[in-house]
Design a binder for this molecule. Structure first.
Ligand code: NAD
Length: 336
């Protein structure tokens, strides 16, 4: 079985591609490299540089390398930026996804695992279930909620089978692949960049939230646990045509608690500076992962400490991220 992995040169997509290959799937990574890295594409995967909005290129790719399912990681991911430049997000995450879906269905690919997010929810102090109210606090979250609704209508009208996985905060690394976002807005790599000497301090955005220590609470899920969830969802599509699942641990940590774990793991004091709240930041996002446990048997294997340890190892081994890394000798498919 061959899988088209859109956004497979990015952080999560490249690690899922690695897992798919290890599980015996063939993989075609399709990515415009706007934020991904050629060096992140695993050896053994075909690589096509292209935009998901370029329907002709998607159809041509699928004509040459027919795929039975797609995984869709390709999106812009910065909630803060989405409030500054909403059209950038509406265009890339919604309009280009519509073109992508049209091309997939035209080429006969009617199975998809889609990267959704906890940012689709209206934040509440309770753990979020899949039936908690949808109410994004930023444009980025809105783009994902909209795509989920589009998937539902394409299921009803065109028979699309899909799993929308609402990730909470992804973190951690494998031995060979890790997080290299530019710019980096995620807490753990930014804290660890201080320990590596790349930043003088880390900012804590908002210390007056109604939480146990005044800072935001998030649910951190190891990228390897996420990758397992993707494989389980892909395999379940034969029996379950529509799946919408939270992928989180059910445990929330404040920013200060994450900082403490990072200080323990690195042995570095990691100075922190208190800064104002960022617009659109929800106070608390914690999953109830009960539905995916019940239906697919998925449970997280890794703790926050494991996430920090693996991320720290990867950052020490790859101080320049993917920049200095050799490109795997995978064949370049389709000339760009
Ligand atoms: N990182 C997280 O904690 C997190 C949490 C929730 C949801 N998600 C979702 O997971 C997915 C992957 O996130 P990530 O952290 O790996 O991001 P990333 O930026 O590392 O990867 C996204 C990839 O998509 C590619 N891409 C973007 N727009 C494209 C387009 N129009 N055509 C082709 N390729 C395009 C980029 O070049 C990049 O390689 C995203 O959809 C994101 O919204 C991530």
């Amino acid at each position: 079985m061959r899988i088209l992995v859109a956004g497979g040169a990015g952080y999560i997509g490249s690690i899922v591609a690695e897992f798919l290959l290890n599980a015996g799937y063939e993989v075609v990574v399709y990515d415009n490299l706007s934020h991904g890295f050629r060096a992140a594409v695993p050896e053994g995967a075909l690589f096509v540089q292209g935009d998901i909005g370029d329907g002709e290129r998607v159809v041509e790719t699928l004509r040459r390398w027919p795929c039975q399912a797609a995984m869709h990681f390709a999106a812009f991911i910065e909630a803060g930026e989405s409030m500054q430049d909403p059209f950038k997000y509406l265009r890339n995450n919604i309009a280009q996804t519509i073109a992508f879906l049209e091309a997939l269905l035209a080429a006969g690919v009617d199975r998809m695992v889609f990267s959704s997010t906890a940012a689709v929810y209206a934040p509440t102090p309770e753990p979020l279930t899949e039936s908690s109210p949808i109410g994004p606090t930023n444009v980025y979250g809105e783009t994902k909620a909209t795509v989920e609704r589009i998937l539902m209508w394409l299921h009803r009208t065109r028979g699309l089978r899909y799993a929308a996985l609402r990730y909470f905060n992804a973190g951690g690394a494998t031995a060979t692949r890790g997080e290299d976002h530019r710019p980096e807005s995620h807490l753990i790599p930014n804290i660890l960049a201080v320990a590596l000497g790349r930043r003088p301090y880390v900012e804590i955005y908002g210390t007056d939230y109604p939480t146990r220590d005044g800072t935001c609470v998030r649910d951190y899920v190891h990228v390897v646990d996420l990758a397992r969830a993707h494989l389980l969802a892909l395999e379940a599509l034969s029996d379950r045509p529509v799946m919408v699942y939270n992928v989180g641990t059910g445990v929330g940590y404040t920013v200060r608690e994450v900082l403490k774990v990072c200080r323990e793991v690195t042995g570095h004091p990691i100075p922190a500076v208190e800064a104002p709240r960022r617009p659109g930041d929800p106070v608390m996002l914690v999953a109830s992962p009960e539905a995916i446990r019940r239906d697919l048997g998925w449970t997280p294997q890794y703790t926050l400490r494991d996430i920090v340890l693996s991320a720290w190892r990867w950052m020490q081994d790859h101080p320049e991220g993917y920049s200095a890394q050799a490109i795997s000798p995978a064949p370049q498919a389709l000339s760009s």
